[in-house]
Design a protein around this ligand. Structure first.
Ligand SMILES: CCCCCCCCCCCC(=O)SCCNC(=O)CCNC(=O)[C@H](O)C(C)(C)COP(=O)(O)OP(=O)(O)OC[C@H]1O[C@@H](n2cnc3c(N)ncnc32)[C@H](O)[C@@H]1OP(=O)(O)O
Length: 124
């Protein structure tokens, strides 16, 4: 799973550079989309971002994420963020834990979320 993102003024940390929290959010969000490929419903338990180099605003970066391995409920995911100049500026690792629908229902899960649990995995 991959996405191209160019951080902009909304994501500014230091002048001209992306805020680490925005980079972290982008990785976590893409990991969430990997779940569609894995066909599991899971949430982030841990997320580690390795900030290898400053990320300039306005420069597209490709974030590539994949399932590295699975151990029962534990999904180990990893991501890499690389600029068009082929410089890898950040990597991330996450542990997602597979959850059931009761994880969401106390918090007002909407029909779309609940419907996910009723579909066969190949249609999630
Ligand atoms: C439109 C449709 C959308 C569908 C919805 C799609 C959602 C997409 C989400 C996108 C990403 C997000 O933003 S998610 C949002 C941010 N994350 C959250 O809000 C999660 C908050 N945390 C939690 O609710 C909870 O901690 C859970 C559910 C993650 C886990 O609680 P739990 O179910 O009680 O699990 P727990 O017993 O603690 O741990 C389960 C197993 O994992 C192991 N384990 C726990 N932590 C670790 C660890 N750091 N490293 C190794 N192993 C660990 C435990 O030893 C145990 O092993 P063993 O004894 O089994 O061997």
């Amino acid at each position: 799973m991959a996405t191209d993102v160019a951080f902009d003024a909304r994501h500014r940390g230091a002048p001209g550079l992306a805020h680490g929290g925005a980079i972290s959010a982008a990785c976590d969000d893409l990991f969430g989309f990997v779940l569609y490929l894995v066909q599991e419903i899971a949430v982030t338990r841990t997320l580690t971002v390795n900030y290898l180099a400053p990320v300039p605003l306005g420069q597209p970066h490709r974030i590539t994420a994949r399932l590295q391995r699975r151990q029962g409920r534990r999904l180990h995911l990893e991501a890499t963020g690389t600029g068009h100049d082929d410089v890898t500026r950040f990597t991330a690792e996450a542990l997602f834990l597979v959850v059931d629908r009761e994880h969401f229902t106390p918090h007002g899960a909407d029909a779309d979320v609940l419907a996910m649990f009723n579909r066969p995995p190949e249609h999630r």
